[in-house]
Design a protein around this ligand. Sequence first.
Ligand code: GLA
Length: 651
Amino acid sequence: MLGVCYYPEHWPESMWAQDAQEMAALGLKYVRIGEFAWSRIESAPGVFHFEWLDRAIATLADAGLSVIMCTPTATPPKWLIDLYPDILPVDVKTGTTRGFGSRRHYDFSSENFFREAMRITEVLGQRYGEHPAICGWQTDNELACHDTTHSYSANAKAAFQQWCQQHYGNIDNLNQAWGNVFWSMEYQNFQQIELPYLAVTETNPSHNLAYRRFSSDQVIRFHDEMIAILRRYAPNRFITHNFIPMSDTQTDNAALAKQLDFVSYDNYPLGRTDLFFANAATPNFKRYMRTGHPDYASYAFDQSRGISHGPFWIMEQQPGPVNWARHNPRPEPGMVRLWSWQAFAHGAATVCFFRWRQVPFAQEQMHAGLKRTDNSPATAYAEIQQLKQELAKLPALPETPVVAEVAIVTETVAQWVTEIERQGDSYNQQQVEFAYYSALRKLGITVDFIGQDADLSAYKLIIAPCLPIVSKAFVDRCARSNAALVFGPRSGAKTPDLTLAPNLGPGLLQQLIPVKVLSVETTRPDCHDALHFADKTYESARWREELSEHADLMVVARYHDNTPAIVQAQHNYYIGTLTCDTFLYDFFAALAKQYGITTVQLAEDLRLVRRGDLTFIFNYGATAATLNLPATTQFVVGSNQINPFDVVIYR
Ligand code: GLA
């Protein structure tokens, strides 16, 4: 259930055997290798060097380890770039070419790169596809990280023009769909279409959305072809990819996951929390500097489980301070173990640590590993020894399902729409969704993330914090569902081409709840108005919709001026405003009670989640707490007393 990322090419061969033995002794089973080794595998066009890699795999296998092989396409070597300079992507903010010298320096629309990437994939597939020591494959590395989905290149433009032609058929349809009559933006033919960047002021939202869809499709085209090649040569091995958080990519993660056997996620809670909350309205950040926000890692775990349609892996688990965030604190002692347990609790099958040993050179020399550069064990080492012993008590855990009664409906397009059309600076779709999720998690509710195409029958409560474009098929399925349905502001407000819904917001959702959004205002994050709900007063802020009244609507909450803020028709709810965390907590607590969903009240820094017959409690806080569990409780790990940064597991 444990593994590690290893770079044999970074170390003298004389160290490999001892490394492998120590890994095995630490309880690690999987070793991921090869994802940045292109220049060592192919030193010039067609000049291959496999002997070192063969020996590295053999050394790991001799110690009883299973190898995960990667395609090395995240790092095209210098000779390849010199041969085909159009591989380099072009920055959409400046129009300048992004250079060689780090990684991910490739354009998804470069046919030269596409061909070369598939060639090296095929070469590796042929050589290692059926290798007995290799249990599975990872495609590329963190596809589209470092803002590499979008490119302003000539290749991207030509491919986008073709994409538009395929999608709109003729240019009049495109002009009509995008509303190009506005500001004389009409095109006479597809070859005239520009990329939506570097114009004088804002470019057309419809044009932007089309370009984002196209760019994401390019990533998926690349990825799906790579998977198809690997399937040919490695038919009996798993194929996965290591994903980054949705907030940091511009690719549709659900679509990217489709052809994989399972999803892997790279879990860096400290740096990611720092970036995610950098501009948040209420970060409450200090408390969580060395732990990450208690709901941040699990937010990504539950999303990963959703697009994985079952168990997922952690391919990279933060082992100590990293080097790439705005600030890079040390985790509190115990957190590496806690994060690992949290991943298992939310549905992980395996957790791999990044990386085996800190490397003394190049970009990541300040990034911790399980071992220090002098080969002494770093802090996390002992935590993994403990984890190994604890995991031995739960051998069936990887196959145990996580069962949720509550689902959040999410999709990448929602994020794109709200980034393209901000309307208010303090609207951030990911943070809106996170706030809803966090409120549910504070109530001890297990949450699934689903798309509009999901089966809704398993859920008692389904929540869409922000879903601007809804499909008719989804609305019809909602209409047949017995679950309580909650839609947040902006939901249903847009057509698929990002124009206003003709019948006003929430558009097609009016089939479920006969409310109309009469107008929208956004305000500064520090300007609140009152929101009245169930005899209490909360805040309405940042985004506020004026809602119509209707005989079939019940008003659930009102704005300061007594007009409706949240309305209900039967078991369907529409929320017209952004609000505060305490409101979300109380509102979901009330809904949970009404619709028969179990909640648990815990201290602020404790989180509870269930997997099968196991209950996990995590303490993200610096103070110990006593759990009021009955004397008959069967503890697997820990006891009634939970220490700071500790884990309790019981049946
Ligand atoms: C990412 C990458 C790794 C490494 C780590 C450092 O997750 O996949 O190659 O750069 O970050 O934290």
